[in-house]
Design a protein around this ligand. Structure first.
Ligand SMILES: Nc1ncnc2c1ncn2[C@@H]1O[C@H](COP(=O)(O)OP(=O)(O)OP(=O)(O)O)[C@@H](O)[C@H]1O
Ligand SMILES: [Mg+2]
Length: 317
């Protein structure tokens, strides 16, 4: 009688192409694998020495939103920009690279959710809301209040994993917006060394100290050869809802125009007003471009996205 030999199933049948939640069987985080991604399959490759620039698969254009100063509105602007690109008809992603203070889960009303893993590639599948694909370390840490207390090497590996172990496809992203943490340090440098950015958007408020830090941020990008696409001035004019008087609460608007636009030759992409709705709508997970795209402030975000699209050559498919 003929005996049947056990046959090896083709890979697709061994690993059915459905995803599973990230938190089901994560390996313990380690120095080489801070996000605790599974190590079988096709893990991202980490070489010794300086990381080399690699394209992010399925992503056409990448814009980093940055400022050396904290709290000036980078995350609010990144979120509204990504939503504005999407509203203009571009396939858009948003990557939160702020490991210590991730804001994107809150801004996109995606807290307490965990992404899935593609079992074939072991890549993280982004979470989507309002038509924008998003990824954040905030999705990978089950307890929202637990701080990340990693030091340099762990942080840099985690950034490497976030940049290269997310499955943005199969549909090509027209544009990926990176929300950067404050500063001009390891993380910013590491990002500029690992991916080819189309350019950076620098955010500043009208405060004198914020402008000084914005100049430092611009100088950093110049040193590492990343084009600065423009400045967004945030928290500019406040319009009193009772008497409609306009006040420049945090200082005159000419500081940014002089120190950044004239002296450094950088374009002012837009002035975002100081408005309670911008903060409140963001905190409840429905940013301005979702809640009131036709308002004056909504139109400012749409205008910035339109101008950036022209500058990096975004074309509707
Ligand atoms: N134009 C605005 N009007 C009113 N509130 C704003 C405006 N822009 C941002 N905010 C609020 O200011 C606070 C800081 O904004 P945000 O978190 O976006 O700054 P950030 O630069 O990303 O901070 P960090 O450096 O901590 O990452 C938030 O509470 C946000 O809702
Ligand atoms: Mg932020």
């Amino acid at each position: 009688m003929k005996t049947l030999k056990p046959t090896r199933l083709p890979p697709l049948l061994r690993h059915p192409p459905f995803s599973r939640p990230f938190h089901t069987t994560p390996p313990l985080p380690s120095h080489e694998n801070p996000l605790g991604l599974p190590t079988k399959g096709l893990p991202p490759k980490f070489s010794r020495g300086l990381p080399s620039k690699r394209p992010i698969p399925s992503v056409s254009h990448i814009i980093a939103v940055s400022s050396a100063k904290g709290g000036v509105g980078k995350s609010t602007i990144s979120a509204n920009l990504a939503l504005a690109f999407s509203r203009l008809g571009f396939t858009t992603g948003l990557l939160d690279t702020d490991l210590y203070g991730p804001s994107i889960p809150t801004l996109f009303n995606l807290t307490n959710l965990s992404p899935s893993l593609n079992p074939l590639t072991q890549q993280l599948i982004p979470l989507t809301n309002y038509g924008v694909k998003t990824m954040s370390i905030g999705y990978l840490s089950p307890e929202e209040d637990n701080p990340i207390i990693w030091r340099g090497p762990m942080l840099l590996k985690a950034i490497q994993q976030l940049l290269h172990a997310v499955q943005w496809g199969p549909e090509q992203l027209d544009v990926l917006v990176l929300d950067l943490p404050p500063g001009t340090g390891d993380i910013q440098l590491s990002i500029t060394q690992q991916v080819e950015l189309d350019g950076a958007v620098v955010v500043s408020t009208p405060h004198t100290l914020a402008i000084k830090d914005a100049v430092k941020g611009v100088n950093m990008f110049e040193k590492v050869g990343v084009p600065v696409l423009g400045i967004v001035q945030n928290m500019t004019t406040f319009c009193c809802p009772n008497c409609e008087t306009k006040t420049e609460v945090f200082g005159g608007l000419e500081g940014v125009r002089k120190k950044l636009c004239e002296e450094k030759g950088i374009e002012l992409l837009g002035d975002v007003p100081l408005h309670p709705n911008i903060g409140e709508d963001g905190s409840r997970g429905k940013p301005t471009v979702v809640t009131e795209p036709e308002s004056e402030r909504g139109k400012v975000f749409m205008g910035i996205a339109r101008r950036l699209g022209e500058k990096i050559g975004l074309v509707k498919g």
